[in-house]
Design a binder for this molecule. Structure first.
Ligand code: SF4
Length: 61
């Protein structure tokens, strides 16, 4: 299932822990600290949605 970032939940004030857990290096961070998903790389494993402590990675409807 495709995922997206819920910016309202992300405090964007730290190194995003999801960068390390994504198995295909599809997550990076923008200059404001929000995670960015590279959809060309993402395999939709949904690991990041389970791992984010803020619940800021959500499955798209
Ligand atoms: S769904 Fe999986 S592959 Fe896609 S960004 Fe999240 S951890 Fe990476």
């Amino acid at each position: 299932m495709p995922v997206e970032v819920d910016k309202s939940r992300c405090p964007h004030n730290h190194v995003c822990p999801l960068i390390k857990i994504c198995p295909v290096d599809a997550i990076s961070q923008d200059q404001e600290g929000y995670p960015i998903i590279n959809y060309d790389l993402c395999i939709e494993c949904n690991k990041c949605t389970k791992y984010c402590p803020m619940g800021a990675m959500v499955i798209k409807d």
